[in-house]
Design a protein around this ligand. Sequence first.
Ligand SMILES: CCCC(=O)SCCNC(=O)CCNC(=O)[C@H](O)C(C)(C)COP(=O)(O)OP(=O)(O)OC[C@H]1O[C@@H](n2cnc3c(N)ncnc32)[C@H](O)[C@@H]1OP(=O)(O)O
Length: 313
Amino acid sequence: MLRQDGTVCSEATTPGVQQQQLWSLGKRQSSGCVYSSTHGFNPEEIREKLQAFPGGSIDLLKQESGVAVLTINNPSRMNAFSGSMMVDLEERVSQLESWTDCKGLIVQGAAGTFCSGSDLNAVRAISNPQDGMKMCMFMQNALTRLLRLPLISVALVEGRALGGGAELTTACDFRLLASGSVIQFVHKHMGLVPGWGGAARLVRVVGSQNALKLLGGAVKVDPGLGLQIGLADGVLEVPQAEEGADTLLQQAENWLSQYTKGPAPVIQAVKKVVLSGRELPLSEALRTEKDVFGTVWGGPANLQALASKSKHK
Ligand SMILES: CCCC(=O)SCCNC(=O)CCNC(=O)[C@H](O)C(C)(C)COP(=O)(O)OP(=O)(O)OC[C@H]1O[C@@H](n2cnc3c(N)ncnc32)[C@H](O)[C@@H]1OP(=O)(O)O
């Protein structure tokens, strides 16, 4: 059953329609926004305002493998988020939510750098508190939906991830840092704190002590520090120009494949139980886990594994 706040609580499951149910469970939870009209949030109004600051794009490539690539594309501004890119992001997340075969997602920046945060030209133009709040709610909704997608996501960070760009990395399940890259929550230097949900997510990734250090000191997190505090899940070497070396994207796809190998319903179920464990109180998380279990128990992958008498050596 779907609660009004977008979370899922338990309901009886009937074996046989399990795969369909898993998808709808994942979809229902992933579409749970933080803000709605009950919070005075009017998405149409802010969409229109954001569209007045055009430039760049958010590009989505869905691949047969079930792994999609989302590219932050505004190279002349170091992939800063223009207003229209924020609206684009929301649209791409909607497209991913309705992709039934999804298994994984790589979020990258175009042209050798990740993202320099919100476009400072747009920020200046909407620097009044009312517009700031609306933009903040809009981006929190979009990034919460991104993190709740029933797939396994990784931010591929090359170059710099600054401000909102750093926040975006925390809306992915994992982060891979290329050699020489930096994640920096520069908000304090801008007289700000994160507003796209980056602080709340950062605390969950690195713990409150480390989050306080990173935000309070606007610390530059390089791959070494990232690994040490758990912000980075792996480090990739930027390939030399010589022929044959895997690109960073290929390396990220290889890395992600350890988690996306296998049937989509099972990968989606894995994400779903982890997500509910992270977001729901224990009793609700347990009931959700039971429901998700019911969608894979006796399903094609389960039956095939039983028939092949697989051993786990
Ligand atoms: C809740 C969200 C909070 C936020 O995200 S606030 C925004 C936080 N981000 C920033 O303050 C980034 C400011 N930019 C910088 O520090 C530097 O440009 C940066 C990214 C380190 C790159 O330095 P450099 O390699 O020296 O390159 P550069 O400065 O010449 O930049 C190349 C062109 O990109 C532009 N750019 C970079 N970041 C931008 C941004 N966020 N908004 C708008 N334009 C931005 C920059 O102005 C420059 O443009 P132009 O060539 O002068 O026309």
